[in-house]
Design a protein. Structure first.
Length: 520
């Protein structure tokens, strides 16, 4: 049966054939060199020239080599460098020159997987009969060859690939798969691949701490271009390696997309697609540090300093596990520098109060042992929402005199602590955004930075991205709100805090205020 040039797009399966010596040599050469196969037998659709042979650019040739020589590879790639085209061409080679293989294409949407399959179909249908296998089945989702190999295209879901003996899985734009789905999918897939299957991942970056980003970092811990501790080989392309990308192109794209989007889409920097509260370039430059000391489950980033003031904020939880964390953050003033943190999702109310009391005691006695003569200025609070009132009652029953510090609450309220409403959250988020972006809050916690990177716009407010938490963020949020009360409590404290407070008071806003606008 002839090829597409004769009006027939497929080759009949199990067809007896006679090959010339030239054809045999070509088959052998293609079998041993996928790049040769692609450049000599894979046609692509050019928008102006029509069907043309795929001439690999230097970086595409390197990419094929990484595909071919590694069981697992992850590719961080700019927009419009031909990643899906080159991946589709390699998958077609893999299916036709290896027997009894199952190749799975999983994209973040089925339309993406279908587009890759369409390119594979086109290449298959346009090549001469002698080089290609016969097709048993052909449809939008699968292509099965008479050598026993098949290619299957699907969207990425939690159940994708379950029950299949996968030889090679290709994950396209994996950074754009919803976080929960990506993690559950990988949990299901990894055992299958552990028996000898291979995996190719390609994507432009999306979020800074999703599964793709973390897999990429694990692949690069021995340097980009090497194999990382997680078994993945890493590969990337500079944005200007593609043709016609020069200073003029960069200026045009920056003008159209904005700086943050250009850096993500073309320079492959891990800057979130979502509208984060904090400017994404600021977030990208926040690195955090490991604790210098842990006492129980409390993480200390620095030793409290003599003569400073301290804010301690508890964001409580119901403590049944699997839900929100209870979280405490500790801040040294006037620098507003993070000293410590604690978080847990299984601690009941009394345990949360006990941890709060322990933190207050440790600050107090560290300063006393270091030689501070006066009583340290320590201020603490509790979010009053949900079980916050129960926490406050436990503190009252225990006796506030047993807590080394001053309990700060909103004035003229019946409840203790700070209650979060739509208005106070909008105003507080505005203040938190301004202070962080101005460099007036020194955050050391990697966990808190992670939460800030996933603290995104939802309607007229901000909250954790789906599958993430924001309890440390809300603890910081209430510590910032404490500033407005602390300044009235002690004039000397206010004088020292004036640079941090920066004249930014909640009463300056009305009910219609929104967090400060920002452009991506």
């Amino acid at each position: 049966m002839s090829n597409a040039a004769s009006g027939v797009s497929s080759k009949k399966a199990h067809k007896e054939e006679v090959f010339t010596q030239y054809q045999i040599n070509e088959i052998r050469r293609c079998h041993s060199d996928p790049a040769y196969f692609i450049e000599n037998y894979v046609k692509i659709q050019h928008p102006v020239k029509g069907d043309i042979l795929f001439q690999l650019r230097p970086y595409q040739r390197r990419m094929v080599k990484v595909f071919h020589e590694n069981q697992f590879s992850i590719h961080l790639l700019p927009r419009q460098v031909g990643k899906t085209t080159i991946a589709g061409a390699y998958l077609l080679w893999y299916a036709m020159f290896n027997m009894d293989k199952t190749i799975l294409i999983a994209a973040h949407q089925f339309s993406g997987a279908s587009e890759i399959m369409h390119r594979i179909y086109h290449a298959y249908q346009a090549m001469p009969d002698f080089i290609r296998c016969g097709a048993i089945t052909e449809n939008k989702q699968s292509l099965t060859f008479d050598n026993g190999s098949r290619i299957i295209a699907t969207a990425t879901t939690e159940k994708t690939g379950r029950g299949l003996a996968i030889s090679l899985v290709y994950l396209d734009e994996f950074a754009f798969v919803e976080r929960r789905i990506a993690e559950e999918f990988w949990t299901a897939l990894a055992p299958t691949l552990s028996t000898g299957g291979s995996c190719i991942i390609t994507s432009t970056p999306n979020n800074a701490d999703d599964l793709f980003a973390n897999t990429w970092r694990g692949a690069c811990d021995n340097g980009i271009g090497s194999r990382g501790s997680n078994g993945f080989a890493s590969f990337t392309v500079e944005w200007d390696e593609a043709p016609d990308r020069d200073d003029e192109f960069e200026a045009k794209m920056r003008a159209q997309l904005g700086d943050a989007r250009f850096r993500r889409e073309f320079k492959c920097e891990f800057i979130s697609e979502s509208d984060t509260l904090i400017d994404q370039i600021v977030l990208e430059n926040m690195k955090g540090m490991d604790p210098v000391l842990t006492t129980g489950s409390i993480r200390w980033f620095k030793e409290p300093e003599i003569g400073k003031s301290f804010l301690v904020s508890l964001d409580p939880s119901i403590g049944i596990g699997g839900g929100d964390n209870a979280a405490i953050t500790v801040w040294q003033l006037p620098e507003f520098e993070q000293v410590a943190e604690w978080s847990d999702d299984k601690s009941v109310d009394r345990v949360q109060v006990r941890v709060l009391q322990q933190i207050l005691d440790e600050i107090y006695y560290i300063l006393k042992d270091a030689g501070q003569n006066s009583d340290p200025e320590i201020f603490y609070t509790v979010e009053a929402n949900n079980n916050g009132e129960a926490i406050s009652r436990i503190i009252e029953d225990t006796g506030e005199e047993n807590f080394k510090g001053t309990f700060i609450s909103e004035p003229k309220r019946k409840y203790r602590g700070f209650k979060t409403t739509g208005k106070t959250k909008r105003n507080g988020c505005s203040k938190m955004k301004r202070m962080i972006e101005a460099g007036k809050i020194k955050i050391h916690s990697k966990k808190l930075i992670y939460e800030l990177k996933n603290f995104v716009a939802k309607g007229s407010s901000f909250e954790a991205e789906v599958g993430c938490k924001d309890d440390l963020v809300m603890s910081l949020f209430n510590a910032i709100r404490m500033l407005d009360e602390v300044k009235y409590y002690d004039d000397e404290v206010y004088d020292r805090l004036s640079d941090s407070i920066d004249g930014y008071d909640d009463e300056d806003y009305d009910n219609d205020d929104q967090p400060m606008p920002f452009i991506l």
